[in-house]
Design a protein around this ligand. Structure first.
Ligand SMILES: [Zn+2]
Length: 85
């Protein structure tokens, strides 16, 4: 999912620290992505407030979906571990 930088129109990305994302694992990655800020390759960090309201609404919805996805994954992992023990 890509968003447009409100300043230059280039693609903006969530977060940016790939190493931290890899270290956190899949659940951490989802949670991290849900709350990470946005950055543009040209302008650097983008304030959430500078995005248009409809884009912010999409971001919020996607963040909620990511958190729900992370929780479902976590519950599935715990269930799997309980089943194996
Ligand atoms: Zn930009």
């Amino acid at each position: 999912m890509a968003y447009q930088c409100p300043t230059c129109g280039e693609a903006a990305q969530r977060g940016g620290d790939r190493t931290a994302q890899a270290a956190a694992g899949l659940v951490g990655l989802l949670l991290y992505s849900a709350f990470a800020g946005y950055s543009c390759a040209k302008c650097g960090k983008i304030e959430r407030a500078s995005f248009p309201p409809e884009v912010r609404a999409t971001m919020t919805r996607n963040s909620v979906l990511m958190v729900v996805g992370a929780l479902v994954l976590l519950v599935a992992l715990v269930g799997l571990m309980a089943a194996l023990n």
